[in-house]
Design a protein around this ligand. Structure first.
Ligand code: HEC
Ligand code: HEC
Ligand code: HEC
Length: 432
Protein backbone atom coordinates (compact mmCIF):
# COMPACT_ATOMS: atom_id res chain seq x y z
CA UNK A 1 0.00 0.00 0.00
CA UNK A 2 1.32 3.45 -0.88
CA UNK A 3 0.17 6.25 1.38
CA UNK A 4 -0.34 9.87 0.40
CA UNK A 5 -2.36 10.63 3.51
CA UNK A 6 -0.06 13.26 4.88
CA UNK A 7 -0.45 15.47 1.85
CA UNK A 8 -2.88 18.18 2.88
CA UNK A 9 -5.31 18.49 0.02
CA UNK A 10 -7.19 21.76 -0.16
CA UNK A 11 -10.75 20.58 -0.79
CA UNK A 12 -12.03 23.96 -1.89
CA UNK A 13 -9.16 24.31 -4.36
CA UNK A 14 -9.82 20.92 -5.87
CA UNK A 15 -13.51 21.58 -6.23
CA UNK A 16 -12.85 24.93 -7.88
CA UNK A 17 -10.39 23.29 -10.22
CA UNK A 18 -12.96 20.57 -10.89
CA UNK A 19 -15.48 23.18 -12.03
CA UNK A 20 -12.84 24.68 -14.28
CA UNK A 21 -12.39 21.15 -15.61
CA UNK A 22 -16.09 20.74 -16.32
CA UNK A 23 -16.02 23.97 -18.34
CA UNK A 24 -12.85 22.86 -20.11
CA UNK A 25 -14.61 19.61 -21.07
CA UNK A 26 -16.53 21.45 -23.78
CA UNK A 27 -13.30 22.65 -25.37
CA UNK A 28 -11.46 19.34 -25.02
CA UNK A 29 -10.66 17.52 -28.29
CA UNK A 30 -13.00 14.50 -28.35
CA UNK A 31 -11.74 12.45 -31.30
CA UNK A 32 -8.51 10.53 -30.90
CA UNK A 33 -6.05 10.89 -33.79
CA UNK A 34 -3.92 7.88 -34.71
CA UNK A 35 -0.37 7.80 -33.29
CA UNK A 36 2.35 6.53 -35.65
CA UNK A 37 5.98 5.84 -34.83
CA UNK A 38 8.65 7.93 -36.56
CA UNK A 39 10.93 6.56 -39.27
CA UNK A 40 13.76 6.08 -36.74
CA UNK A 41 11.75 3.68 -34.50
CA UNK A 42 13.37 0.20 -34.47
CA UNK A 43 11.24 -2.83 -35.40
CA UNK A 44 11.04 -6.53 -34.55
CA UNK A 45 13.26 -7.78 -31.72
CA UNK A 46 15.07 -4.43 -31.47
CA UNK A 47 11.75 -2.69 -30.73
CA UNK A 48 10.86 -5.20 -27.99
CA UNK A 49 14.34 -4.83 -26.49
CA UNK A 50 13.99 -1.03 -26.48
CA UNK A 51 10.51 -1.33 -24.93
CA UNK A 52 11.81 -3.60 -22.19
CA UNK A 53 14.60 -1.16 -21.37
CA UNK A 54 12.13 1.77 -21.23
CA UNK A 55 9.62 -0.18 -19.10
CA UNK A 56 12.42 -0.96 -16.64
CA UNK A 57 13.72 2.61 -16.55
CA UNK A 58 10.16 3.91 -15.99
CA UNK A 59 9.63 1.29 -13.25
CA UNK A 60 6.08 0.48 -14.38
CA UNK A 61 6.33 -2.81 -12.49
CA UNK A 62 6.71 -1.23 -9.02
CA UNK A 63 3.19 0.22 -9.01
CA UNK A 64 1.44 -2.32 -11.18
CA UNK A 65 2.27 -5.32 -8.99
CA UNK A 66 0.62 -6.11 -5.65
CA UNK A 67 2.74 -7.75 -2.93
CA UNK A 68 3.05 -11.42 -3.84
CA UNK A 69 1.25 -10.84 -7.15
CA UNK A 70 2.38 -11.41 -10.73
CA UNK A 71 4.29 -8.56 -12.40
CA UNK A 72 2.06 -5.96 -14.12
CA UNK A 73 -1.23 -7.58 -13.02
CA UNK A 74 -2.05 -4.50 -10.88
CA UNK A 75 -3.96 -4.40 -7.60
CA UNK A 76 -1.47 -2.39 -5.52
CA UNK A 77 -3.40 -0.05 -3.20
CA UNK A 78 -2.69 3.69 -3.06
CA UNK A 79 -3.97 5.33 0.07
CA UNK A 80 -4.99 8.88 -0.83
CA UNK A 81 -6.33 11.48 1.60
CA UNK A 82 -9.80 10.75 0.25
CA UNK A 83 -9.80 6.97 -0.06
CA UNK A 84 -8.02 4.05 -1.71
CA UNK A 85 -7.17 3.69 -5.39
CA UNK A 86 -5.90 0.46 -6.96
CA UNK A 87 -3.51 0.19 -9.88
CA UNK A 88 -5.00 -1.55 -12.93
CA UNK A 89 -3.82 -4.69 -14.72
CA UNK A 90 -1.54 -3.68 -17.63
CA UNK A 91 -0.84 -7.18 -18.97
CA UNK A 92 -2.29 -7.87 -22.46
CA UNK A 93 -5.40 -9.69 -21.19
CA UNK A 94 -8.31 -8.36 -23.27
CA UNK A 95 -10.93 -8.51 -20.48
CA UNK A 96 -9.11 -7.35 -17.35
CA UNK A 97 -5.90 -5.87 -18.82
CA UNK A 98 -5.03 -3.57 -21.70
CA UNK A 99 -5.06 -6.19 -24.48
CA UNK A 100 -7.83 -4.39 -26.36
CA UNK A 101 -6.24 -0.94 -26.25
CA UNK A 102 -5.20 0.89 -29.43
CA UNK A 103 -1.79 2.54 -29.68
CA UNK A 104 -3.43 5.97 -29.53
CA UNK A 105 -5.36 5.08 -26.36
CA UNK A 106 -2.21 3.83 -24.68
CA UNK A 107 -0.17 6.92 -25.60
CA UNK A 108 -2.99 9.15 -24.35
CA UNK A 109 -3.13 7.26 -21.02
CA UNK A 110 0.61 7.40 -20.35
CA UNK A 111 1.17 10.98 -21.46
CA UNK A 112 -2.14 12.67 -20.63
CA UNK A 113 -3.66 10.52 -17.88
CA UNK A 114 -6.80 9.59 -19.82
CA UNK A 115 -8.29 6.07 -19.64
CA UNK A 116 -9.58 3.95 -22.54
CA UNK A 117 -13.06 5.44 -22.44
CA UNK A 118 -11.94 9.03 -22.01
CA UNK A 119 -12.11 9.00 -18.19
CA UNK A 120 -9.53 11.03 -16.27
CA UNK A 121 -6.90 9.12 -14.35
CA UNK A 122 -5.55 10.14 -10.94
CA UNK A 123 -1.99 11.46 -10.73
CA UNK A 124 -0.88 8.62 -8.42
CA UNK A 125 -0.08 7.35 -11.93
CA UNK A 126 2.92 9.66 -12.61
CA UNK A 127 1.82 10.85 -16.06
CA UNK A 128 2.95 14.35 -15.03
CA UNK A 129 6.49 12.98 -15.62
CA UNK A 130 5.62 10.54 -18.41
CA UNK A 131 4.07 13.46 -20.34
CA UNK A 132 7.68 14.25 -21.30
CA UNK A 133 8.18 10.84 -23.02
CA UNK A 134 8.38 10.74 -26.82
CA UNK A 135 5.57 8.97 -28.73
CA UNK A 136 8.11 6.48 -30.08
CA UNK A 137 9.15 5.50 -26.57
CA UNK A 138 5.58 5.06 -25.32
CA UNK A 139 4.82 2.89 -28.37
CA UNK A 140 7.93 0.80 -27.66
CA UNK A 141 6.71 0.27 -24.07
CA UNK A 142 3.36 -0.95 -25.41
CA UNK A 143 5.11 -3.27 -27.89
CA UNK A 144 7.01 -4.82 -24.97
CA UNK A 145 3.96 -5.10 -22.66
CA UNK A 146 2.11 -6.83 -25.52
CA UNK A 147 4.69 -9.66 -25.42
CA UNK A 148 4.01 -10.47 -21.73
CA UNK A 149 1.79 -13.41 -20.77
CA UNK A 150 -1.77 -12.09 -20.26
CA UNK A 151 -2.93 -12.39 -16.65
CA UNK A 152 -6.65 -12.50 -15.81
CA UNK A 153 -7.07 -10.33 -12.73
CA UNK A 154 -9.42 -7.53 -11.82
CA UNK A 155 -8.04 -5.17 -9.18
CA UNK A 156 -10.32 -4.40 -6.20
CA UNK A 157 -12.90 -1.62 -6.63
CA UNK A 158 -11.61 1.85 -5.77
CA UNK A 159 -12.98 3.23 -2.55
CA UNK A 160 -12.97 7.02 -2.95
CA UNK A 161 -15.12 9.67 -1.32
CA UNK A 162 -17.38 12.07 -3.19
CA UNK A 163 -16.49 14.36 -4.98
CA UNK A 164 -13.12 12.72 -5.63
CA UNK A 165 -14.71 9.58 -7.03
CA UNK A 166 -15.91 11.82 -9.87
CA UNK A 167 -13.03 11.55 -12.27
CA UNK A 168 -13.78 14.80 -14.09
CA UNK A 169 -12.57 16.58 -10.94
CA UNK A 170 -9.07 15.79 -12.26
CA UNK A 171 -9.58 17.53 -15.58
CA UNK A 172 -8.86 21.07 -14.45
CA UNK A 173 -5.97 19.81 -12.34
CA UNK A 174 -4.44 18.27 -15.43
CA UNK A 175 -4.87 21.48 -17.42
CA UNK A 176 -2.82 23.23 -14.77
CA UNK A 177 -0.15 20.67 -13.96
CA UNK A 178 0.53 18.27 -16.85
CA UNK A 179 3.26 19.38 -19.32
CA UNK A 180 1.74 19.88 -22.76
CA UNK A 181 4.63 18.63 -24.90
CA UNK A 182 7.38 15.98 -24.74
CA UNK A 183 10.97 16.58 -23.60
CA UNK A 184 12.99 18.73 -25.98
CA UNK A 185 16.75 18.08 -25.97
CA UNK A 186 18.92 21.13 -25.21
CA UNK A 187 21.19 21.42 -28.26
CA UNK A 188 23.80 23.37 -26.28
CA UNK A 189 24.33 20.39 -23.94
CA UNK A 190 25.97 17.00 -24.55
CA UNK A 191 24.07 13.88 -25.58
CA UNK A 192 24.87 12.34 -22.18
CA UNK A 193 23.43 15.32 -20.28
CA UNK A 194 20.26 15.19 -22.37
CA UNK A 195 19.94 11.46 -21.73
CA UNK A 196 20.38 12.12 -17.99
CA UNK A 197 17.73 14.85 -18.08
CA UNK A 198 15.30 12.55 -19.93
CA UNK A 199 15.89 9.78 -17.38
CA UNK A 200 15.54 12.00 -14.28
CA UNK A 201 12.62 14.17 -15.42
CA UNK A 202 10.62 11.75 -17.58
CA UNK A 203 11.38 8.02 -17.40
CA UNK A 204 12.73 7.45 -13.89
CA UNK A 205 10.41 10.20 -12.55
CA UNK A 206 12.74 11.07 -9.64
CA UNK A 207 10.76 14.26 -8.98
CA UNK A 208 7.56 12.37 -8.22
CA UNK A 209 9.15 11.42 -4.90
CA UNK A 210 11.97 13.96 -4.44
CA UNK A 211 10.00 17.17 -5.17
CA UNK A 212 7.75 18.64 -2.46
CA UNK A 213 4.02 18.82 -3.22
CA UNK A 214 1.67 21.74 -2.79
CA UNK A 215 -1.87 21.96 -1.45
CA UNK A 216 -3.31 20.42 -4.59
CA UNK A 217 -0.84 17.50 -4.69
CA UNK A 218 1.02 19.25 -7.51
CA UNK A 219 4.81 19.21 -7.56
CA UNK A 220 5.90 22.66 -6.40
CA UNK A 221 7.26 24.88 -9.15
CA UNK A 222 10.82 26.03 -8.61
CA UNK A 223 11.51 23.49 -5.84
CA UNK A 224 12.40 20.54 -8.06
CA UNK A 225 14.25 17.67 -6.36
CA UNK A 226 14.70 19.59 -3.08
CA UNK A 227 13.07 16.78 -1.10
CA UNK A 228 9.63 15.20 -0.88
CA UNK A 229 7.62 12.90 1.32
CA UNK A 230 6.18 9.51 0.48
CA UNK A 231 4.41 7.10 2.81
CA UNK A 232 5.93 8.97 5.76
CA UNK A 233 9.45 8.53 4.38
CA UNK A 234 11.60 11.50 3.51
CA UNK A 235 12.92 11.38 -0.07
CA UNK A 236 15.95 13.57 0.60
CA UNK A 237 17.10 16.72 -1.20
CA UNK A 238 19.07 15.54 -4.25
CA UNK A 239 19.98 18.97 -5.65
CA UNK A 240 23.67 20.01 -5.55
CA UNK A 241 23.23 22.04 -2.32
CA UNK A 242 26.39 21.32 -0.33
CA UNK A 243 24.96 21.13 3.17
CA UNK A 244 21.46 19.67 2.75
CA UNK A 245 21.61 18.14 -0.75
CA UNK A 246 24.09 15.78 -2.42
CA UNK A 247 26.66 18.46 -3.36
CA UNK A 248 29.28 16.89 -1.12
CA UNK A 249 28.82 13.37 -2.55
CA UNK A 250 31.40 12.26 -5.13
CA UNK A 251 30.23 11.06 -8.54
CA UNK A 252 31.26 7.53 -7.53
CA UNK A 253 29.15 7.69 -4.36
CA UNK A 254 26.00 8.77 -6.24
CA UNK A 255 26.59 6.14 -8.94
CA UNK A 256 27.17 3.39 -6.37
CA UNK A 257 24.05 4.37 -4.39
CA UNK A 258 21.88 4.36 -7.52
CA UNK A 259 23.19 1.16 -9.05
CA UNK A 260 23.97 -0.95 -5.95
CA UNK A 261 21.74 0.59 -3.29
CA UNK A 262 24.53 1.76 -0.99
CA UNK A 263 27.61 3.94 -1.09
CA UNK A 264 30.66 3.80 1.10
CA UNK A 265 30.24 6.52 3.74
CA UNK A 266 26.63 7.28 2.72
CA UNK A 267 24.79 4.21 3.96
CA UNK A 268 22.21 1.97 2.27
CA UNK A 269 18.93 2.86 0.55
CA UNK A 270 15.66 1.63 2.03
CA UNK A 271 11.93 2.01 1.45
CA UNK A 272 10.63 3.01 -1.98
CA UNK A 273 14.16 3.97 -3.04
CA UNK A 274 15.40 0.44 -2.33
CA UNK A 275 12.55 -0.89 -4.48
CA UNK A 276 13.23 1.58 -7.32
CA UNK A 277 16.91 0.56 -7.27
CA UNK A 278 16.08 -3.12 -7.15
CA UNK A 279 13.52 -3.17 -9.97
CA UNK A 280 14.84 -0.32 -12.07
CA UNK A 281 18.09 1.62 -11.53
CA UNK A 282 20.29 -1.44 -10.81
CA UNK A 283 19.22 -2.82 -14.20
CA UNK A 284 20.23 0.27 -16.18
CA UNK A 285 23.52 0.37 -18.12
CA UNK A 286 26.42 2.11 -16.36
CA UNK A 287 26.35 4.88 -18.99
CA UNK A 288 22.77 5.79 -17.94
CA UNK A 289 23.78 6.01 -14.29
CA UNK A 290 26.70 8.28 -15.22
CA UNK A 291 24.36 10.46 -17.30
CA UNK A 292 21.94 10.76 -14.37
CA UNK A 293 24.83 11.85 -12.12
CA UNK A 294 26.03 14.40 -14.70
CA UNK A 295 22.52 15.86 -15.00
CA UNK A 296 21.93 16.00 -11.22
CA UNK A 297 25.10 18.09 -10.90
CA UNK A 298 23.52 20.80 -13.05
CA UNK A 299 20.01 21.15 -11.57
CA UNK A 300 19.42 24.33 -9.51
CA UNK A 301 20.96 24.03 -6.08
CA UNK A 302 18.25 24.43 -3.41
CA UNK A 303 18.03 24.12 0.38
CA UNK A 304 15.93 21.21 1.64
CA UNK A 305 12.18 21.57 1.46
CA UNK A 306 11.90 19.61 4.72
CA UNK A 307 13.08 20.75 8.11
CA UNK A 308 16.77 20.20 8.76
CA UNK A 309 17.63 20.46 12.46
CA UNK A 310 20.88 22.24 13.28
CA UNK A 311 23.91 19.96 13.15
CA UNK A 312 25.30 18.22 16.19
CA UNK A 313 24.00 19.57 19.45
CA UNK A 314 26.08 16.80 20.99
CA UNK A 315 25.20 14.11 23.49
CA UNK A 316 25.39 16.58 26.37
CA UNK A 317 22.44 18.56 25.09
CA UNK A 318 20.47 15.40 24.49
CA UNK A 319 20.36 14.75 28.22
CA UNK A 320 18.25 17.82 28.71
CA UNK A 321 14.55 17.49 28.11
CA UNK A 322 13.72 14.63 25.75
CA UNK A 323 12.25 11.86 27.91
CA UNK A 324 13.05 9.28 25.22
CA UNK A 325 16.68 10.25 25.09
CA UNK A 326 18.90 7.22 25.66
CA UNK A 327 20.51 9.06 28.56
CA UNK A 328 17.27 9.16 30.49
CA UNK A 329 17.28 5.41 30.93
CA UNK A 330 19.32 3.74 33.59
CA UNK A 331 21.88 1.68 31.66
CA UNK A 332 20.50 3.23 28.45
CA UNK A 333 17.59 1.20 27.08
CA UNK A 334 18.42 2.30 23.53
CA UNK A 335 22.03 1.24 23.88
CA UNK A 336 21.00 -2.07 25.38
CA UNK A 337 18.61 -2.78 22.50
CA UNK A 338 21.19 -1.79 19.92
CA UNK A 339 23.73 -4.09 21.48
CA UNK A 340 21.34 -7.02 21.52
CA UNK A 341 19.51 -6.60 18.21
CA UNK A 342 21.60 -4.52 15.84
CA UNK A 343 25.32 -4.59 16.58
CA UNK A 344 25.79 -8.16 15.27
CA UNK A 345 25.08 -6.97 11.73
CA UNK A 346 25.92 -3.29 11.85
CA UNK A 347 28.87 -3.29 14.25
CA UNK A 348 29.32 -0.88 17.17
CA UNK A 349 31.05 1.59 14.91
CA UNK A 350 28.49 1.19 12.10
CA UNK A 351 31.00 -0.29 9.66
CA UNK A 352 28.58 -3.09 8.84
CA UNK A 353 30.69 -6.02 10.06
CA UNK A 354 30.97 -8.31 7.01
CA UNK A 355 28.46 -6.62 4.72
CA UNK A 356 29.18 -3.33 3.01
CA UNK A 357 25.44 -2.96 2.56
CA UNK A 358 24.93 -2.82 6.30
CA UNK A 359 27.43 0.04 6.82
CA UNK A 360 25.53 2.87 8.52
CA UNK A 361 28.35 5.41 8.62
CA UNK A 362 27.21 8.65 6.98
CA UNK A 363 23.66 7.37 6.30
CA UNK A 364 21.21 10.26 6.05
CA UNK A 365 18.64 8.24 8.03
CA UNK A 366 20.79 8.08 11.17
CA UNK A 367 21.65 11.79 10.86
CA UNK A 368 18.05 13.01 10.74
CA UNK A 369 16.74 13.94 14.22
CA UNK A 370 13.11 13.28 13.17
CA UNK A 371 14.08 9.65 12.56
CA UNK A 372 11.37 9.42 9.85
CA UNK A 373 13.17 6.84 7.72
CA UNK A 374 15.07 5.21 10.58
CA UNK A 375 11.89 4.30 12.47
CA UNK A 376 10.38 2.85 9.30
CA UNK A 377 13.46 0.76 8.55
CA UNK A 378 13.44 -0.64 12.08
CA UNK A 379 9.71 -1.42 11.87
CA UNK A 380 9.55 -2.81 8.35
CA UNK A 381 13.08 -4.01 7.61
CA UNK A 382 14.73 -3.59 4.22
CA UNK A 383 15.66 -5.99 1.47
CA UNK A 384 15.85 -6.47 -2.28
CA UNK A 385 14.05 -9.19 -4.21
CA UNK A 386 16.91 -11.66 -3.64
CA UNK A 387 16.99 -11.07 0.12
CA UNK A 388 20.07 -12.99 1.23
CA UNK A 389 21.28 -13.02 4.84
CA UNK A 390 23.89 -10.35 4.21
CA UNK A 391 21.63 -8.15 2.13
CA UNK A 392 18.50 -8.01 4.29
CA UNK A 393 17.54 -6.25 7.42
CA UNK A 394 14.79 -7.98 9.42
CA UNK A 395 11.62 -6.24 10.65
CA UNK A 396 11.43 -5.44 14.36
CA UNK A 397 7.78 -4.34 14.45
CA UNK A 398 6.72 -7.39 16.49
CA UNK A 399 9.80 -7.55 18.68
CA UNK A 400 9.59 -4.13 20.36
CA UNK A 401 7.07 -1.67 21.73
CA UNK A 402 6.68 1.91 20.50
CA UNK A 403 8.65 3.24 23.50
CA UNK A 404 11.46 0.76 22.93
CA UNK A 405 11.76 1.66 19.25
CA UNK A 406 11.70 5.39 20.12
CA UNK A 407 14.50 4.91 22.66
CA UNK A 408 16.48 2.74 20.23
CA UNK A 409 16.06 5.30 17.41
CA UNK A 410 17.20 8.21 19.58
CA UNK A 411 20.20 6.17 20.68
CA UNK A 412 21.13 5.40 17.05
CA UNK A 413 20.74 9.08 16.07
CA UNK A 414 22.99 10.23 18.90
CA UNK A 415 25.51 7.38 18.50
CA UNK A 416 25.94 7.60 14.70
CA UNK A 417 24.64 11.09 13.91
CA UNK A 418 25.92 12.92 16.99
CA UNK A 419 22.53 14.62 17.15
CA UNK A 420 19.70 14.79 19.59
CA UNK A 421 16.96 12.50 18.33
CA UNK A 422 13.38 13.73 18.63
CA UNK A 423 11.56 10.44 18.09
CA UNK A 424 8.55 9.85 20.37
CA UNK A 425 6.51 6.65 20.89
CA UNK A 426 3.66 8.46 19.07
CA UNK A 427 5.85 8.81 15.96
CA UNK A 428 6.52 5.07 16.04
CA UNK A 429 2.83 4.25 16.46
CA UNK A 430 2.02 6.39 13.40
CA UNK A 431 4.67 4.63 11.31
CA UNK A 432 3.46 1.11 12.12
C1 HEC B 1 3.89 5.49 -9.03
C2 HEC B 1 3.01 4.43 -9.46
C3 HEC B 1 2.85 4.11 -10.95
C4 HEC B 1 3.84 3.95 -11.89
C5 HEC B 1 5.34 4.08 -11.71
C6 HEC B 1 3.15 3.59 -13.11
N1 HEC B 1 1.80 3.54 -12.91
FE1 HEC B 1 0.39 3.12 -14.34
N2 HEC B 1 -1.07 3.59 -13.00
C7 HEC B 1 -0.88 3.79 -11.65
C8 HEC B 1 -2.18 3.96 -11.01
C9 HEC B 1 -2.42 4.18 -9.53
C10 HEC B 1 -3.14 3.89 -12.04
C11 HEC B 1 -4.66 4.02 -11.88
C12 HEC B 1 -5.05 5.47 -12.04
C13 HEC B 1 -6.56 5.65 -11.98
O1 HEC B 1 -7.30 4.68 -11.85
O2 HEC B 1 -6.99 6.81 -12.08
C14 HEC B 1 -2.40 3.66 -13.28
C15 HEC B 1 -3.00 3.53 -14.53
C16 HEC B 1 -2.34 3.13 -15.67
C17 HEC B 1 -2.99 2.89 -16.96
C18 HEC B 1 -4.48 2.99 -17.24
C19 HEC B 1 -5.04 1.59 -17.26
C20 HEC B 1 -6.53 1.50 -17.18
O3 HEC B 1 -7.03 0.36 -17.16
O4 HEC B 1 -7.21 2.54 -17.10
C21 HEC B 1 -2.00 2.49 -17.83
C22 HEC B 1 -2.17 2.12 -19.29
C23 HEC B 1 -0.76 2.52 -17.09
N3 HEC B 1 -1.01 2.91 -15.79
C24 HEC B 1 0.45 2.18 -17.62
C25 HEC B 1 1.66 2.40 -16.98
C26 HEC B 1 2.95 2.28 -17.64
C27 HEC B 1 3.16 1.85 -19.07
C28 HEC B 1 3.89 2.63 -16.71
C29 HEC B 1 5.39 2.76 -16.91
C30 HEC B 1 5.77 3.60 -18.04
C31 HEC B 1 3.19 2.95 -15.48
N4 HEC B 1 1.84 2.78 -15.68
C32 HEC B 1 3.80 3.34 -14.31
C33 HEC B 1 0.33 3.86 -10.99
C34 HEC B 1 1.57 3.84 -11.60
C1 HEC C 1 9.34 5.96 -5.46
C2 HEC C 1 9.99 7.11 -4.86
C3 HEC C 1 11.39 7.47 -5.32
C4 HEC C 1 11.85 7.59 -6.61
C5 HEC C 1 11.10 7.39 -7.91
C6 HEC C 1 13.23 8.00 -6.48
N1 HEC C 1 13.59 8.11 -5.17
FE1 HEC C 1 15.45 8.54 -4.46
N2 HEC C 1 14.83 8.24 -2.56
C7 HEC C 1 13.52 7.95 -2.18
C8 HEC C 1 13.49 7.75 -0.74
C9 HEC C 1 12.25 7.42 0.09
C10 HEC C 1 14.82 7.93 -0.27
C11 HEC C 1 15.31 7.76 1.16
C12 HEC C 1 15.88 6.35 1.32
C13 HEC C 1 16.56 6.08 2.65
O1 HEC C 1 16.73 7.01 3.43
O2 HEC C 1 16.97 4.93 2.87
C14 HEC C 1 15.62 8.25 -1.44
C15 HEC C 1 16.99 8.49 -1.39
C16 HEC C 1 17.77 8.91 -2.48
C17 HEC C 1 19.16 9.31 -2.41
C18 HEC C 1 20.02 9.37 -1.14
C19 HEC C 1 20.08 10.78 -0.63
C20 HEC C 1 20.69 10.91 0.75
O3 HEC C 1 20.88 12.05 1.18
O4 HEC C 1 20.94 9.88 1.41
C21 HEC C 1 19.55 9.64 -3.69
C22 HEC C 1 20.92 10.12 -4.13
C23 HEC C 1 18.39 9.45 -4.54
N3 HEC C 1 17.33 9.00 -3.78
C24 HEC C 1 18.38 9.72 -5.90
C25 HEC C 1 17.30 9.43 -6.74
C26 HEC C 1 17.34 9.58 -8.18
C27 HEC C 1 18.50 10.15 -8.97
C28 HEC C 1 16.14 9.14 -8.65
C29 HEC C 1 15.70 9.00 -10.10
C30 HEC C 1 16.66 8.38 -10.98
C31 HEC C 1 15.34 8.74 -7.49
N4 HEC C 1 16.08 8.92 -6.36
C32 HEC C 1 14.04 8.24 -7.58
C33 HEC C 1 12.43 7.82 -3.02
C34 HEC C 1 12.50 7.80 -4.42
C1 HEC D 1 20.55 -9.56 10.09
C2 HEC D 1 21.36 -8.36 9.98
C3 HEC D 1 20.77 -7.06 10.48
C4 HEC D 1 20.23 -6.77 11.72
C5 HEC D 1 20.06 -7.69 12.92
C6 HEC D 1 19.89 -5.35 11.69
N1 HEC D 1 20.18 -4.82 10.47
FE1 HEC D 1 19.88 -2.91 9.88
N2 HEC D 1 20.44 -3.39 7.99
C7 HEC D 1 20.96 -4.60 7.59
C8 HEC D 1 21.23 -4.58 6.16
C9 HEC D 1 21.80 -5.71 5.32
C10 HEC D 1 20.84 -3.29 5.71
C11 HEC D 1 20.83 -2.78 4.29
C12 HEC D 1 19.48 -3.17 3.70
C13 HEC D 1 19.32 -2.87 2.25
O1 HEC D 1 20.30 -2.60 1.57
O2 HEC D 1 18.15 -2.96 1.80
C14 HEC D 1 20.38 -2.57 6.89
C15 HEC D 1 19.94 -1.24 6.88
C16 HEC D 1 19.75 -0.48 8.02
C17 HEC D 1 19.60 0.96 8.03
C18 HEC D 1 19.76 1.89 6.85
C19 HEC D 1 18.55 2.55 6.39
C20 HEC D 1 18.79 3.80 5.58
O3 HEC D 1 17.80 4.26 5.06
O4 HEC D 1 19.91 4.35 5.53
C21 HEC D 1 19.42 1.33 9.36
C22 HEC D 1 19.25 2.72 9.90
C23 HEC D 1 19.45 0.11 10.14
N3 HEC D 1 19.65 -0.96 9.30
C24 HEC D 1 19.32 0.07 11.52
C25 HEC D 1 19.23 -1.12 12.25
C26 HEC D 1 18.87 -1.18 13.65
C27 HEC D 1 18.57 0.03 14.53
C28 HEC D 1 18.87 -2.50 14.00
C29 HEC D 1 18.52 -3.12 15.33
C30 HEC D 1 17.12 -3.01 15.73
C31 HEC D 1 19.24 -3.27 12.81
N4 HEC D 1 19.43 -2.39 11.78
C32 HEC D 1 19.35 -4.65 12.77
C33 HEC D 1 21.17 -5.70 8.39
C34 HEC D 1 20.73 -5.84 9.70
Amino acid sequence: MRHFKTVVVCLACLTAVGLLGAVAFFFWPHSLPEVVASASQPSGAALIERGKYLTTAADCEACHTAPGGKPFEGGLGFELPFGTLYSPNITPDTETGIGGWSDAEFVRAVRSGVGKHGEDLYPAFPYTSYALLSSDDVLAIKAYLDTLPPVVRKPPQNDLLFPFNQRYVMRGWKLLFVPGSPFKPDETKSEGWNNGAYLVEALAHCGECHTPRGLMFQRKQGEGLSGGELEGWTAWNITPDASTGIGSWTDEEIASYLSKGYAHGRGPAAGAMRQAIDLSFSRLPESDINDIVAYLRTVPSLPSSYEVKPASTGPAASQASNPWSPHQFAGGLGRQLFEGACASCHGWDGTGQNSSRAALTGSHSVNDPTGANLVRVILHGSTDSIGTATSSMPSFAQAYSDSEIAALSNYVISHFGGKRGAVTPGDVEKAR
